[in-house]
Ligand binder design. Structure first.
Ligand code: MCN
Length: 784
């Protein structure tokens, strides 16, 4: 392989159009005759709908229609499907009507839609729809919702318990009996609101002559959107085209198939006009999924010498009012199976209770399940270190899974692909100059200053596939990927992929792969994605899978192109096919590098087929699918250094060192960008962010005035390092990097703050670690 392009930090090809404002997002699209939709949303978190009167609204100028849940139902629009039901968990899937029929279950639940000539008229008319509600009792807390007497959300779900899922490995009871030390923690992994720059939008068009729909939508996975849309609308898949134009970030929140997608499709058919809906930011906070929201009770058993024996946990996962697309898989498969982290923990057990509450549905948010697992393990390991008066780095080293390059089984049954956790930690400690940091900490403590050093060593499961496992764990789709590589006569290349990047940069990195493998200039390759009519089927961009799985399909297609080029070259050079070999964009007879054809020459001949092998198909195009044999498990070690002011409770993040390993790196600049963004989002959870409901189910953090999205000025320069441990799971040895920063940085910063405060007797705190919380905990500790 020519490795100059693969592995080099070329600039992102997406950026010129993004940075100059020329990119076209869903809301930029304008169709002839386009109308606009607004959604009437419940102000109550739980209420019976007595009556809806759309009369006044319908009479307003420019209003084309007012529709209720019943109208959608009558038109055959069924409930929003949950696409992941984990076997053995007795999961209840109560109906999730796109527009409420009789009861609303969270503040923001849709109760009616209005279509009008422009969005302002639509909004005004939505405000004029009269809804008579009978308020019902509300529960927002997952633990409380399972207690006797709690208000019930769905008739057929007693105790609001959607599922009880368990995972076990080893003999946990025996390990706890054997333990000399047990540390416990009650952790609130708080609810977060994903903040993609672009809010959600949908534009639907119905073609009555063909009975076909087109939906332009802010989706991370247009092929899944089409599949699910066909299920809940009854419109066959081949009559639906879903396009994800430019998508301005998603962080998981644009995976689900949302009620508004169905509403827009319904409205387009009902009014005979293309219909657009774009949410406002406050609508986004209420009606786009939230993330995390776990209450965790965790215990870690160890020997006095620091050997970790077992981990046991109970988790109440708040699912919100309805099951969003992947919601049940997040606190189970993507969380519960990762309890061993990077350690030799031979026994684990976890009970996960998935609970309905009167809150916005919860689904995947960057890291999705893995941050909740890593936080649990990494904060408990630190707690154990304090208990044993051991150095947290030494304790980690003692318990690490030793280096492996071809599979390591952990207690939950997963087989990690490859890892070298100690190497990543050593590098991070070296970059941070850990001994010097500890020395400085001791000096500052002597002066009454509170500096803290926090570590996190993590491994995470991503590169979601293989499909057989997806099926076995109840995921309602496959997890393979596909790619088409098409050479035009001029030697320029189009690549069509099933993945659907929305900020990650695969238009660049996939072009780098093609350029490296086929020896064409990188600028001669264009990567197309995000349109079900133009791209082959794929399962989307999430779970940091696009590179690990998508590149496998791309490599398989490239392999077919090379084979075909050899046949054409052999014919042109009158040589035997077995004698033709390839290097750096040229096909030549082995031992006679002068007898060669460039790939562009071969592409031209394949396309014109003038002088061509008999019986060989013309054209130079290959399509391939790739279903990986396993997940991939990137890993790393992060070190955070903070200074806490005990008088104000303010936490200043002074240094942040991150060493991550995503196998072979295609584009180091893009990888660093992913790590930067990820770190910021994870620290957002540790220090700033948290969605708060009052007891009536009103979202108190309903806008950016109240929900603290992190800002660049709050961060130091990130010091990044890499180790490179390839995987055997895909041909290029690449693992995912899109979520690692988020997974690692929350516990690293949390551990640093607790480390700073431990001389004051503060042992744990609820996130986000706001100055007020930190200050109060110091006061409380001082009072004893
Ligand atoms: N890459 C690389 N070498 C590797 C691994 C990755 O050069 N060894 C590059 C990839 O080719 C790609 C980027 O890094 O350009 C991220 O790739 P990958 O880890 O495969 O992640 P995905 O493309 O599947 O993206 C999903 C991931 C997730 S799950 C969330 S959430 C997230 C994230 O990506 N959301 C994002 N990063 C985001 N970045 C932006 N800008 N916006 C989002 O919504």
């Amino acid at each position: 392989m020519a490795s100059r392009i693969f592995g080099s930090a070329i600039k992102r090809r997406e950026d010129p159009r993004l940075l100059t404002g020329r990119a076209r997002y869903t809301d930029d699209l304008v169709l002839p005759g386009m109308a606009h939709m607004a959604v009437v949303r419940s102000p109550y978190a739980h209420a019976r709908i007595r009556r809806i009167d759309g009369g006044k609204a319908a009479a307003m100028t420019g209003v084309l229609g007012v529709f209720t849940g019943q109208d959608l139902k009558d038109a055959g629009f069924g409930p929003i499907p949950c696409a992941w039901v984990v076997p053995g968990s007795d999961t209840k899937t109560p109906p999730y009507p796109p527009v409420a029929l009789d009861v609303v279950r969270y503040a923001g639940n849709a109760v009616a839609i209005v279509v009008a000539e422009d969005r302002y008229r639509a909004r005004d008319a939505a405000d004029a729809v009269e809804v008579d509600y009978e308020p019902l009792p509300v529960v927002v807390d997952a633990f409380k919702a399972t207690q006797p007497g709690a208000p019930r959300l769905h008739d057929d779900v007693p105790d609001n318990l959607c599922f009880h899922w368990k995972v076990s490995g080893g003999d946990v009871e025996a390990a706890f009996r054997e333990a000399e030390v047990v540390v416990k923690e009650r952790i609130v992994n708080q609810r977060l609101i994903p903040n993609a720059m672009e809010p959600r939008a949908a534009l639907a068009q119905f073609d009555p002559s063909m009975q076909e729909f087109t939906l332009w939508v802010t989706s991370q996975n247009p092929h899944i959107a089409r599949f699910l849309l066909s299920l809940d609308t009854g419109v066959p898949e081949h009559r639906i085209r879903v396009v994800a134009p430019e998508v301005g970030g998603g962080f998981g929140s644009k995976i689900p198939h949302y009620p508004e997608d169905s509403m827009a499709v319904f409205a387009a058919k009902a009014t005979g006009r293309p219909v657009k809906w774009t949410e406002s930011r406050s609508e986004n906070y209420k009606a786009t999924i939230h993330g995390r929201d776990h209450l965790q009770e965790v215990e870690l058993a160890a020997r006095k010498d620091g050997t970790i024996l077992a981990l046991r946990a109970k988790v109440w996962a708040n699912l919100g009012a309805y099951l969003s697309t992947a919601s049940t898989g997040i606190p189970t498969i993507l969380h519960g199976l990762m309890l061993s982290g990077t350690y030799r923990i031979s026994s684990v057990h976890e009970d996960v209770y998935g609970v309905f509450t009167n809150t916005t549905p919860v689904d995947a948010y960057r890291g999705a399940g893995r941050p909740e697992a890593t936080f649990m393990v990494e904060t408990l390991v630190d707690r154990l270190a304090r208990e044993l008066k051991a150095d947290p780095a030494a304790l980690r080293r003692k318990n690490f899974i030793p280096p492996f390059d071809d599979g390591h089984s952990v207690a939950t049954g997963l087989v990690y692909d490859s890892g070298n956790y100690e190497a990543a930690l050593e590098k991070a400690l070296q970059m941070a100059d850990y001994p010097a940091l500890r020395k400085r900490q001791a000096e500052l403590r002597a002066q009454g200053q509170y500096m803290g050093i926090g570590l996190c060593t993590y491994a995470e499961i991503c590169g979601l596939g293989p499909s057989q496992v997806a099926g076995a764990v109840g995921f309602g789709g496959g997890l393979w990927e596909s790619a088409i590589v098409r050479f035009h006569p001029s030697g320029k290349v189009n690549v069509m992929v099933g993945i659907s990047p929305h900020g990650q940069g695969e238009e660049t990195t996939f072009a780098q792969i093609v350029a490296s493998e086929l020896g064409v200039p990188v600028d001669d390759v264009e990567v197309l994605h995000g349109d079900t009519d133009q791209t082959p089927m794929g399962w989307g961009t999430y779970g940091s899978r696009s590179t690990a799985v998508g590149s496998g399909a791309l490599m398989a297609a490239i392999g077919k192109i090379k084979e075909k080029c050899k046949v054409v070259t052999a014919h042109l050079l009158e040589a035997a096919v077995e004698d033709v070999t390839y290097a750096d964009g040229r096909f030549f007879v082995a031992g006679s590098p002068d007898r060669a054809k460039t790939i562009q020459e071969v592409a031209l001949m394949a396309n014109v087929a003038w002088n061509y092998p008999k019986g060989l198909e013309p054209g130079l195009e290959a399509s391939a699918f790739f279903d990986p044999p396993n997940f991939v498990y990137p890993f790393g070690a992060h070190v955070a250094v903070v200074q806490v002011d005990p008088e104000t409770g303010e936490v200043a993040l002074q240094r942040y060192v991150a060493v991550d390993d995503c196998g072979r790196v295609i584009n180091p600049m893009i990888v660093e960008g992913q790590i930067h963004g990820g770190i910021v989002q994870g620290i957002g959870q540790a220090l700033f962010e948290g969605a708060v409901y009052d007891e009536n189910g009103q979202l108190l953090t309903g806008s950016m005035m109240d929900y603290a999205v992190p800002k660049a000025e709050q961060f130091p320069h990130f010091e990044l390092g890499m180790t490179e441990t390839p995987t055997k799971v895909n041909p290029l040895g690449v693992k995912g990097i899109g979520e690692t920063g988020t997974i690692a940085s929350t516990p690293a910063v949390y551990n640093a703050v607790i480390d700073a405060l431990s001389p004051l007797g503060v042992k744990s705190l609820d996130m986000p670690l706001t100055p007020e919380r930190v200050w109060r905990s110091i006061q409380q500790a001082r009072r004893g």
